[in-house]
Design a protein. Structure first.
Length: 352
């Protein structure tokens, strides 16, 4: 594993031992939301919120709201909508090494009650907003847009002719220690989120010998929402260390290419071989969700895997890799709520 500069963007990477140590800027917040009027989502709830947020953000910025694609817009280089939500690289900054990473938005959402299509009065849910790289620098502004989006009537119209209403009770900075109560209330100061730079130096040790110092397990990586993984254009049917590790490193590589001006040169074959040597068991089942695409004007089915993977002992760098997946998500459609995971050390395991 090595790192090279892509020749665009400002990078906060540091040098040491003749190597560029990559970092990724992250800002994140968790909102505690309370339902004031019943909410009928109608589609996959996180994708509904994503659409509301994107609508507000784009509505306040877009010079050409009827343009069908951000990628063809001549003012893209001065627009943060494409970078944060559509996964486009600003015009003029693309290099051969970033040519294949257009579909990686820098904003991710996670809704803990993504399976509940109906929420009654008094119900509450937690909504997380994650921003990476250049989007992390704009996180407080994006959060203000999210406040504005959630202030709109939400979901489908009920039989009583009403739409849902949501109240934001608190906002907790996931990268800092600050909690704001009633943050969206009129007259409240806009929360300023902490931007944290994550050191990704552990990537250099991923392909070290598996016999390197091990962290005693067992460890369980649980999918909190469906994980959508593909190989050669086809969806994967099982959870494996190889699939997860490859997806995480590819995502880190894409984020650092676009936002930090660095390219992670990974040997995915060797990475996969080491992943295959890990002792693990996995349980997963397919899970499909439907969302409405305003851009395409139709319902789209998103499929993924729901389950967990248990691994015996882990090399330290691999534990860091699976830990950072909790921050960046795994696989496709993470901006719309897919790909959230949690890593825990557990007392008992099915691993032999």
């Amino acid at each position: 594993m090595s790192v090279s500069q892509t020749g665009h963007g400002s990078s906060p990477a540091v040098e040491g031992n003749d190597l560029l140590v990559p970092v990724l800027r992250v800002a994140a917040v968790e909102l505690l939301c309370v339902v004031h009027k019943p909410v009928v989502w109608g589609n996959f709830p996180p994708s509904v919120i994503h659409g509301m947020l994107g609508m507000v953000w784009r509505g306040g910025l877009c010079f050409k709201p009827t343009n069908p694609s951000c990628a063809t817009c001549e003012v893209l280089s001065r627009c943060s909508y494409g970078l944060c939500f559509a996964g486009c690289i600003p015009a003029g900054s693309e290099t051969p090494k970033t040519a294949g990473v257009h579909q990686l938005p820098a904003v991710r959402l996670f809704l803990d009650r993504w399976q509940d299509n109906f929420l009654e009065v008094g119900a509450f849910f937690r909504l997380q907003l994650w921003c990476y790289g250049k989007a992390a620098d704009k996180a407080s502004i994006i959060l203000a847009s999210l406040f504005h989006a959630l202030d709109y009537p939400t979901g489908r119209t009920t039989k009583q002719g009403q739409r849902g209403e949501i109240y934001i009770a608190s906002a907790r900075d996931l990268m800092g220690e600050t909690t704001w109560h009633h943050p969206a209330q009129k007259g409240s100061a806009l929360p300023q989120l902490k931007v944290k730079s994550l050191n990704l130096g552990f990537v250099f040790s991923l392909t070290a010998a598996p016999q390197s110092p091990l962290l005693e397990g067992p460890w369980r990586l649980t999918t909190l929402s469906p994980v959508r993984l593909e190989e050669r254009g086809k969806p994967l049917r099982e959870i494996t260390p190889r699939a997860f590790a490859t997806a995480i490193v590819r995502r880190l590589s894409a984020l650092t290419q676009i936002h930090e001006g660095l390219h992670l040169n990974a040997n995915y074959r060797y990475l996969g071989d080491i992943a295959d040597s890990l002792n693990y068991v996995a349980v997963a089942a397919p899970r499909s969700q439907t969302r409405y695409s305003a851009r395409q004007g139709q319902q789209i089915e998103m499929s993924g895997l729901q389950g967990y993977m248990e691994i015996g002992a882990l090399p330290k760098a691999w534990k860091q890799l699976f830990s950072i997946a909790q921050i960046i998500g795994i696989g496709k459609a993470t901006s719309m709520g897919f790909g959230a995971v949690r890593l825990d050390r557990i007392g008992n395991s099915r691993v032999a």
